[in-house]
Design a protein. Structure first.
Length: 202
């Protein structure tokens, strides 16, 4: 397994403690993350995401979402215009699936539990040495997010396949369709078959 950071990973820090945020940005750069931005309020967070989405849309011609702006958000708890929990609650409403790690000096089990319940991928307290754990935590979070998106894509493909199957087999109104075993035992018949032979579907 490759534990080296993906240098193309786009990270957004949301923290109004400039001193802590600068240390975090510097450590991320040293760790190999080249694309790190910083905002200091919730209002600036939404503005920054909108700017990035518009830039991606202009470059690709597609309707970009939050996940196209950044791969991960490092979110403080106490902010000038609200809390990190406010952000977590609003992200789904904005159709934004960017994973969030709450990185805060407000360490309590209650806040940690609320953060996870509201969708945070993880929770990290700013204690001595916490910076050294962040690169590995980012990688773990991104790996989990990719697995989650992969499962979502597979489920969507399955739903689309089932819909096509129903359109062809169950909703096809002119052809008799059946499926049977080598011994001739029927395992499936469509509605047209049942109507034609006047037999129940079962």
């Amino acid at each position: 397994m490759n534990d080296s950071p993906d240098t193309s990973t786009r990270i957004l820090i949301v923290d109004d403690d400039v001193g802590q945020a600068d240390m975090l940005m510097e450590y991320l750069h040293i760790s190999g993350f080249e694309h790190v931005d910083l905002v200091e309020s919730i209002r600036d967070l939404w503005r920054k995401l909108k700017e990035k989405e518009d830039a991606v849309s202009a470059a690709t011609g597609d309707d970009a979402k939050g996940r196209d702006a950044y791969e991960i958000i490092l979110l403080d708890y106490m902010l000038p215009d609200g809390t990190g929990l406010d952000v977590l609650k609003q992200l789904p409403e904005r159709d934004c699936q960017i994973p969030v790690i709450m990185v805060t000096g407000q360490g309590s089990e209650r806040i940690a539990a609320q953060a996870i319940q509201n969708g945070a991928a993880d929770y990290l307290i700013k204690t001595g040495g916490y910076l050294m754990t962040i690169p590995a935590l980012i990688k773990k979070t991104l790996d989990a997010q990719e697995l989650k998106l992969s499962i979502q894509r597979s489920l969507q493909a399955l739903r689309e396949s089932e819909a096509r199957y129903r359109a062809i087999v169950e909703d096809y109104h002119t052809e008799l369709i059946c499926r049977f075993k080598p011994n001739g035992a029927l395992t499936f018949v469509n509605e047209v078959y049942c109507r034609y032979f006047e037999r129940p579907r079962d």
